[in-house]
Design a protein around this ligand. Structure first.
Ligand SMILES: Nc1nc2c(ncn2[C@@H]2O[C@H](COP(=O)(O)OP(=O)(O)OP(=O)(O)O)[C@@H](O)[C@H]2O)c(=O)[nH]1
Ligand SMILES: [Mg+2]
Length: 349
């Protein structure tokens, strides 16, 4: 897998603060905001936007508040329950049978459970989840996970259930990166890289949140667009019909053609390369994109990059850069972000 960024070493970051805001970038008046370089994260739901923002926070030593750990922790329980439920549902409609027949009953009770589960699991519930997850057949099903929508972090959290399901559990940095907490509204982070302050805005990518996007367009210096290339076979949870990749490419095209961004550079992150590469063997790309005539992983990534270039349309080549990445990989993101921040600063000079 070729990742298109160079090793530039880590950035020096003296001080970083975060705030949540719904104020457009153009109207920020606090902290001498007009000296910030303003960046806007865009992309469809679950494409990795918040993961990028959280990597920035971790890499630039911006500590999370206790209330944020508390908030993320609640979502981690929720993520675990959603994952096990998705697996139980997938098992039910598959040809695979639980190795231990008792687990079929347990799975049925998970499917029927309508609670949202944002808190610690009871001992019985934790045992039930573990028994289902550790069933030999469940592991067979998990190997076929590309065939159904499952959060990419399912195995990470399910394997760590004992550690997580304790009163004293506090998410680690890795847990924060692996969790999926859908973004509602807008959040932003202010940080310094190479003696230049940046403000990075992150906005929800679900269809309902996209209506608010345009309120953030003014005063933006560069766009970070996340495109999860692994989604080529998936449908959107919003309507269960539209293909996620086509929707994301449509969004990219819309952003590329947005008159307010006519001269704004777009940094396109072809994300989830890890999931994409795992998936290719199970679900042929050509089944969803008949124009792909086969080849190895690099050929498949090149094909996806060409789709992105097509979506970027007539935009001048100097106005976009494309990077292949795995947003959960902190080291990879450190190098990539360092390269990108330097490039943005060069353009501003
Ligand atoms: N394996 C893998 N998982 C990823 C990658 N990037 C993000 N994820 C996971 O995908 C999930 C969704 O990521 P987010 O960054 O929260 O998605 P988002 O774009 O902010 O989504 P919205 O807020 O709903 O618009 C999280 O569980 C991440 O840990 C990646 O490159 N590889
Ligand atoms: Mg988000």
């Amino acid at each position: 897998m070729g990742c298109n960024f160079s090793s530039q070493g880590k950035l020096q970051v003296p001080e970083i603060r975060a705030s949540r805001s719904i104020t457009p970038a153009s109207q920020k008046s606090d902290d001498n905001s007009y000296s910030h370089i303003r960046l806007l994260l865009l992309g469809s739901a679950e494409s990795g936007k918040t993961t990028v923002l959280e990597q920035v926070r971790l890499l630039y030593k911006q500590h999370f508040k206790e209330s944020e750990y508390f908030h993320r922790r609640a979502f981690i329980y929720h993520n675990i329950f959603k994952c096990i439920k998705a697996l139980c549902r997938a098992m039910k409609i598959s040809d695979i049978e639980f190795s231990d027949p008792i687990n079929a009953g347990r799975a049925q009770s998970i499917i029927a459970d309508e609670e949202n589960h944002y808190g610690l699991f009871s001992k019985e519930m934790a045992e039930k989840i573990k028994a289902i997850w550790n069933d030999k057949s469940m592991q067979k099903l998990y190997a076929l996970r590309s065939q159904f929508n499952l959060n990419d972090s399912a195995s990470y959290f399910l394997n760590n259930l004992d550690k997580i399901n304790t009163v004293e559990y506090k998410p680690s940095d890795r847990d924060l990166i692996m969790a999926y907490v859908p973004t509602c509204g807008v959040q932003n982070v202010v940080f310094t890289a190479n003696n230049q302050s940046f403000q990075l805005f992150d906005i929800g990518g679900q269809k309902i949140d996209r209506r608010k996007w345009a309120t953030q367009y003014e005063g933006i210096d560069a766009i970070f667009f996340c495109l999860a290339i692994s989604e080529y076979d998936q449908v959107m949870s919003e309507d269960m019909v539209s293909n996620r990749l086509d929707d994301a490419l449509g969004l990219l095209q819309k952003i590329s053609e947005e008159p307010m961004f006519a001269t704004t550079p777009i940094y396109l992150f072809l994300n989830e390369v890890d999931v994409f590469c795992e998936k290719l063997d199970v679900i042929p790309l050509s089944k969803y994109k008949p124009d792909f005539k086969g080849g190895d992983q690099d050929d498949a990534i090149d094909f996806m990059e060409n789709l992105a270039v097509t979506a970027l349309g007539k935009r001048d080549k100097s106005l976009y850069r494309i990077y292949r990445c795995i947003a959960i990989d902190t080291q990879m993101m450190a190098e990539l972000l360092s390269t990108v921040f330097k490039d943005i600063m060069k353009r501003k000079r």
